[in-house]
Ligand binder design. Structure first.
Ligand code: PGA
Length: 251
């Protein structure tokens, strides 16, 4: 049985005050009982504060991206070692907004995954199709291409040390969610693709669903056999909603 994991992706939202309030709220709600791994991914500048507010609570901190370079003349970039130094254990890699707005390609994502794992970070590798791709019936092809690039650049052995997040682009921030069956179908494709190279890696890989997950649709999604938790955007910005989703993952 794979332990569920729920990660909150704050995207470019927050302030010091909001970090303090939101993280304290999540911590006190969680004190009532665990059962799922919980990760919060604030913007870089709040990582340190997040770690401080989390204290001894069973919540890990993650970044939303990393730069693949080691160090040096890369203005604006943040390296894996710096994330580790700031107390991060996780890092989101290849989010669809990074791919579409910042031009990250499949191979770039694979290289970042390799660097993250080499530095001891657990990457949350995002894959997913656009609405046009789903309508053209190439969802499986797109997701497999994105996974294959990770296998090519980082190797199959990274998978049990990573998480995959299936995030259909058309469901992110839109209020449209994949149905439980649509999500399960793609999760099974992802697991089968990894199993094609290593059965063992596939069995040990946690695959999260992301895209308009809310407290009222989380339980159905998480009850699917290949859905091991969620990557939560909008609903991770409200303690009550995020806690409701965590609760759904523990049932
Ligand atoms: P959403 O975002 O939950 O707001 O749809 C998910 C994500 O982008 O990770």
């Amino acid at each position: 049985m794979r332990r569920p994991l729920v990660a909150g992706n704050w995207k470019m939202n927050g302030s010091r005050e909001m970090t303090q309030t939101l993280v304290s709220g999540i911590c006190s709600g969680l004190a009532e009982g665990g059962g799922a791994d919980v990760v919060i991914c604030p913007p870089y500048v709040y990582l340190d504060l997040c770690r401080q507010v989390v204290g001894e609570a069973p919540i890990a901190v993650g970044a939303q991206d990393l730069d693949a370079h080691e160090a040096g003349a890369f203005t604006g970039a943040v390296a894996a070692d710096m994330l580790v130094d700031a107390g991060c254990d996780f890092v989101i890699v290849g989010h669809s907004e990074r791919r579409s707005l910042y031009g990250e390609g499949d191979a770039d994502v694979g290289v970042k995954v390799a660097v993250a794992v080499a530095k001891g970070l657990t990457p949350i590798i995002c894959v997913g199709e656009t609405r046009e791709e789903r309508e053209s019936d190439v969802t499986a092809e797109v997701v497999c291409r994105q996974l294959d690039a990770v296998i090519a650049e980082a190797g199959i052995d990274v998978f049990p040390k990573a998480l995959v997040a299936y995030e259909p682009v058309w469901a992110i921030g839109t209020g449209l969610t994949a149905t439980d069956e649509q999500a399960q179908e793609v999760h099974a494709v992802i697991r089968a693709r990894i199993a094609g190279t290593s059965e063992e890696a596939a069995g040990g890989t946690r695959i999260l669903y992301g895209g308009s997950v809310k407290p009222d649709n989380a339980a159905g999604l998480f009850s699917q056999p290949d859905i091991d938790g969620g990557l939560i955007g909008g609903a991770s910005l409200k303690a009550a909603d995020f806690l409701g989703i965590i609760k759904a993952a523990t049932q």
